[in-house]
Design a protein around this ligand. Structure first.
Ligand code: GLA
Length: 378
């Protein structure tokens, strides 16, 4: 923290007034159904983005990030033109506050960001940044918005400003995270409950494919359109709550997308039961089935995720593993047996040997546990 404060002083010639932290998220299960009215089971993690901020006299906003060493991006509260850099997530939130709540910051600000989230996609760094800004603005402008409302502001920023048609899961998980718990969220009503993530005899490991970001946004939007198309041809308000028998008339591609949405919803329900019963075998099996459905029906995995999932899912040390997040690269979540660090390292070296041979890339892995949501720390 002292290093970040010193860097803030170097960049902006003053001390920060406030410091905020916003986490990343892992989704345990319930993938690609937050825009299909389904239930999801994510948790916020202890890694995330720290934002040091001080407010200015005029209307200039200056932002810098430790990931982009020397660059200060400057704009004003009146000029929220989109540029192709991380400031779009900040401008997006300001844009939505203006459009939907008719509020504009009275002052500009200087903001320095540091992140210990992995650089490659998968752990919701954009939602984390959007929630950080939403929270800073809520406090500074005394808007009195609830955590749920701030998650909606952040999601709208992503949909209507950034241009990714995501659901609410990431922003909600980042906002509402609670230590030791997953969040069972009904994305149709935004009702939620905390489910303790207690995994006796097991440990959760996150594996990063380290695949460079590539066309995720356009492929994501394409899947969403396919689901909207399938829903139009079916009954009901949400794709997830149809029955598998109802989809037999759909053309093959829409049938596959709908089948994933419907069966994934059932798996979330079963996973909650497995967690409550502390049945790790059952939970692992559901993770495996989820990956298979995302691979063959939803077609959002790709070689990198599949090679790692196959290696883990055939190991006797793993209950089950699946991709987490949007897919097309990114990360996996694996429910491992309660191996110690050195046994885990050996297994991951074996998995990486196969992975590297198949893809030329190297994986990384982390042990992450559920942590609290976006908050002011100083
Ligand atoms: C991304 C989106 C989420 C969700 C997941 C897939 O992370 O931001 O809204 O759709 O993909 O489950």
């Amino acid at each position: 923290m002292e290093n970040s404060k010193a860097r803030f002083r170097e960049l902006f010639g003053k001390d920060p007034d406030r410091i905020y932290f916003s986490p990343g998220r892992v989704n345990l299960i319930g993938e690609h159904i937050d825009y299909n009215g389904g239930h999801v089971l994510p948790f916020a993690v202890s890694l995330g983005i720290t934002g040091l901020v001080s407010f200015n006299e005029g209307n200039e906003i200056q932002v810098a990030s430790s990931d982009f060493k020397d660059e200060i991006i400057r704009f004003t509260t009146d000029d929220l033109k989109k540029t192709d850099d991380f400031s779009m997530y900040i401008k997006g939130v300001l844009y939505i506050l203006k459009e939907d709540y008719n509020v504009k910051p009275d002052n500009g600000f200087s903001l320095f960001l540091t992140s210990n989230l992995p650089k490659s996609p998968g752990l919701a760094s954009s939602a984390s940044l959007e929630m950080l800004i939403s929270r800073i603005m809520n406090d500074k402008l005394s808007l009195g918005l609830s955590d749920t409302e701030l998650a909606v502001v952040s999601k709208n920023a992503e949909n209507r400003y950034v241009g990714v048609n995501c659901g609410i899961m990431d922003q909600f998980a980042v906002a509402m995270g609670k230590q030791d718990n997953c969040i069972l969220l009904d994305t149709n009503t935004l009702k939620y409950e905390y489910v303790p993530l207690y995994t006796p005899g097991a440990r959760l490991v996150i594996i990063n494919t380290n695949k460079p970001r590539n066309l995720i946004e356009s492929k994501y939007n394409e899947r969403r359109m396919e689901c909207d198309e399938a829903l139009k041809l079916l009954k009901g308000e949400t794709l997830c709550r149809n029955d598998v028998e109802d989809i037999s008339e759909l053309v093959e591609i829409l049938k596959k997308r709908a089948r994933h949405a419907i069966t994934e919803e059932i798996r979330v329900n079963d996973a909650c039961a497995a967690l409550k019963e502390r049945d790790m075998e059952k939970l692992g099996k559901l993770l495996k089935e989820s990956h298979r459905s995302l691979r063959y029906d939803y077609e959002v995995t790709g070689k990198e995720l599949d090679v790692i999932a196959d290696a883990l899912n055939s190991s006797s040390l793993c209950y089950g593993a699946r991709m987490t997040g949007a897919g097309f690269g990114g990360c996996l979540v694996a429910l491992m047996k309660a191996v110690d660090d050195s046994a885990l390292k050996l297994l991951m070296e074996d998995v990486n040997a196969v992975y590297n041979k198949e893809t030329g890339l190297n994986l990384s892995y982390y042990t992450l546990t559920p942590a609290d949501g976006t908050r002011r720390i100083i």
